[in-house]
Write a new protein. Structure first.
Length: 364
């Protein structure tokens, strides 16, 4: 069985091929350019925000740690005598007003000196105490404060003394308790677009700073959060993950003291320019297909209508009918020449048939 394809579909296919191939190429180049530009811009913005917040955190922690170390070296502090320590602790609190408590801890975890002069508290269960007693230069922990019963960030440093043999030993620790709200305010004011923000986790994945109060006020556990589990050992790392049903792109960066700074932005907002370019390309392609189809229809109609008419005329001539007028003869193109040929063929056939009839008539 012979398959026939109309002129319309042949013209449509040819025109679509001619129109869509260059358009598709241009759209793809435009999409790739927009995607590459947007990706670079996102990386730069998130990286800059990450660097800026990490610098702030490092400076803030460094400033507090410097104060602790300077005071830890004072003779009155090394004495581990509460009466001698308390005036120093009160002066620390007056200078660093974001802190609500400055205190010292003995080698067994019992509180010795306090800036608020309250009764001693046992801190032997605290990680920051164990860290300084192990000789680490800094201890830190996000906890529910035993003093305020609210989330707090505790920074601590060791207090050293030299024994009779000249060996340096850890006598205990000095610590400062700060409200998480103060550090959160420093970090959460930094934004990117409508959805981009930063948050800070300690080395155990506890929230130190977050724009959502329900996380910051409870020191929420983010130890299983993809930003924490995917954090780099050092430097920063790009991550893409689902955050409460929203796809986000983020940077996780490790601070000098082992915390994790995360800057993130909703994927849809970040890549809106690429989505816009994609939509623009789809619209252009759709409009092109409609226009090409319309033009193909009009062109095919201009060609096929006279061809169908000439086909009908040729069929009538083949049946011996006389066609007195063929309108397409007046055309000055190939169809006009075809019409002229059919007209001459019809005339020739008509004359031949007339001669044949005359030759077969009675008495000839």
């Amino acid at each position: 069985m012979k398959v026939t394809i109309s002129i319309f579909y042949k013209i449509l296919a040819a025109m679509l091929l001619v129109a869509l191939v260059p358009l598709s190429t241009i759209w793809y180049v435009d999409y790739r350019t927009a995607n590459n530009y947007t990706t670079a811009a996102i990386q730069q913005q998130l990286a800059e925000l990450s660097d800026r917040t990490v610098t702030q955190v490092n400076d803030w922690v460094g400033m507090n740690l410097k104060a602790l170390n300077q005071n830890a070296a004072l003779a009155d502090m090394v004495s581990m005598d509460a009466k001698r320590q308390n005036p120093i602790l009160r002066s620390i609190l007056n200078e660093y007003r974001w802190s609500y408590l400055a205190f010292t801890i003995g080698p067994h975890g019992m509180n010795i000196g306090r800036s608020d002069d309250k009764e001693p508290i046992d801190y032997s269960d605290r990680i920051y105490f164990k860290q300084v007693m192990e000789g680490k230069p800094m201890g830190s922990q996000v906890v529910i404060s035993k003093t305020t019963n609210k989330p707090a960030l505790i920074l601590s440093a060791p207090i050293y003394f030299t024994d009779s043999s000249g060996t340096r030993q850890v006598a205990g620790g000095i610590a400062m308790g700060s409200s998480i709200a103060e550090l959160s305010e420093r970090i959460t004011t930094l934004r990117i677009g409508k959805t981009g923000f930063a948050f800070l986790l300690d080395e155990n994945g506890k929230v130190v700073a977050h724009q959502k109060e329900e996380y910051a006020d409870t020191s929420a556990d983010f130890s299983k959060h993809p930003a924490f589990t995917g954090r780099p050992a050092s430097g920063r790392k790009e991550l893409v993950y689902d955050d409460t049903g929203r796809k986000v792109i983020a940077y996780a960066q490790t601070t000098t003291h082992g915390w994790t700074m995360v800057t993130q932005q909703d994927y849809d907002e970040a890549y809106a320019p690429v989505q816009s370019a994609t939509l623009r390309g789809v619209v252009i392609l759709a409009v092109t297909i409609v226009l090409v189809t319309l033009v193909a229809y009009l062109v095919s109609k201009m060609l096929s209508d006279p061809i169908r008419n000439l086909t009908r005329i040729a069929d009538e001539i083949s049946r011996g009918r006389v066609v007195t007028k063929i309108a397409e003869v007046q055309r000055g193109d190939e169809i006009g020449r075809l019409a002229g040929a059919i007209d001459r063929m019809g005339t020739s056939i008509h004359l031949a048939m007339e001669r044949l009839r005359s030759g077969n008539s009675p008495g000839s």
